[in-house]
Design a binder for this molecule. Structure first.
Ligand code: PTJ
Length: 250
């Protein structure tokens, strides 16, 4: 990590997050395109004031309820997520008893294996890789390959920082999809069952903290949280927050 960013810098967290993505590219975990995705995320994070709002907290509770109720929950990890939150993803997978599967957009067997190793080094016991024989329909790039024991049989898939095509394909295949996306206008954000509009570096630690509370609830209470949840209204709240930031700046 760079020594050029002092902890006193007002945008320390944002700069260190950028640094983690740059390290991910250097280590061969993150694709170069991941740098662009990060830049886009940063712009939206700036607009929500770089904090976890109530609308994101509501989505987090619904996401945890859905994941805890799932029979086969799976966390799908790409190159950006592996660089930003590897230890946290492993801790969350334990807390919700979910499998972890590597699934990347920009095809590279070598990068898949490096992501798998990064997660194993971060404490994961098992990290699934996509297989050549199992595919999901309605998608025609590398992301259609999945693991038989993971995404193929999952009923709920957590896919942070996802691209729109696969989110649509997973939903069309009858799966429930939870995503983290700072852009409430993206196709993924609009298509997912539950969209957490916040930065993944804040979201996963918040989920780990919150899961204890949700785990102590009855199944009926968890089902109520899920059935009361309305993704489109929370996306509107996120957009309203961004508009508020913009109008306050003028
Ligand atoms: O490792 P690969 O090959 O699977 O590639 C991963 C990326 C992220 C490069 C790939 O999936 C991609 O190009 O994604 P997109 O279509 O750019 O979408 C990523 C979404 O995540 C965008 O809407 C960004 O605003 C959002 N985003 C980026 N960084 C963050 C984020 N959302 C939350 N937290 C972030 N740190």
């Amino acid at each position: 990590m760079s020594k050029d960013v002092p902890e006193s810098h007002p945008r320390y967290l944002s700069l260190m997050t950028r640094e983690r993505i740059a390290c991910g590219v250097e280590k061969g975990i993150t694709s170069e395109h991941g740098l662009i995705a990060q830049g886009r995320g940063e712009a939206f994070d700036y607009l929500i004031g770089e904090k976890t709002h109530l609308f994101a907290q509501k989505s987090i509770d619904a996401a945890l309820a859905l994941l805890l109720l799932a029979e086969h929950p799976v966390i799908s990890v790409n190159g950006n997520v592996a660089a930003l939150s590897p230890k946290e993803i492993v801790a969350l997978s334990r807390a919700i008893s979910a499998k972890i599967e590597v699934n990347i957009f920009h095809t590279s067997k070598e990068r898949e294996q490096k992501i798998q190793q990064e997660l194993l080094d971060s404490g994961a016991e098992e990290v699934l890789l996509p297989s050549e024989s199992a595919t999901i329909s309605d998608i025609d790039h590398n992301r259609r390959f999945v693991n038989e024991e993971g995404i193929l049989k999952a009923d709920v898939v957590f896919v942070p920082l996802e691209d729109g095509d696969r989110c649509e394909a997973l939903v069309a295949g009858g799966k429930k999809v939870v995503t983290v996306d700072l852009n409430p206008l993206s196709r993924t954000a609009q298509t997912a069952t539950i969209t957490i509009v916040d930065n993944i570096v804040r979201v996963i630690p918040f989920m780990i903290e919150r899961v204890e509370k949700l785990r102590s609830m009855q199944g009926s209470s968890l089902r109520k949280i899920v059935s009361d949840y309305d993704n489109s209204s929370l996306l509107k709240e996120a957009l309203a927050q961004m508009q508020k930031t913009l109008s306050e700046e003028n």
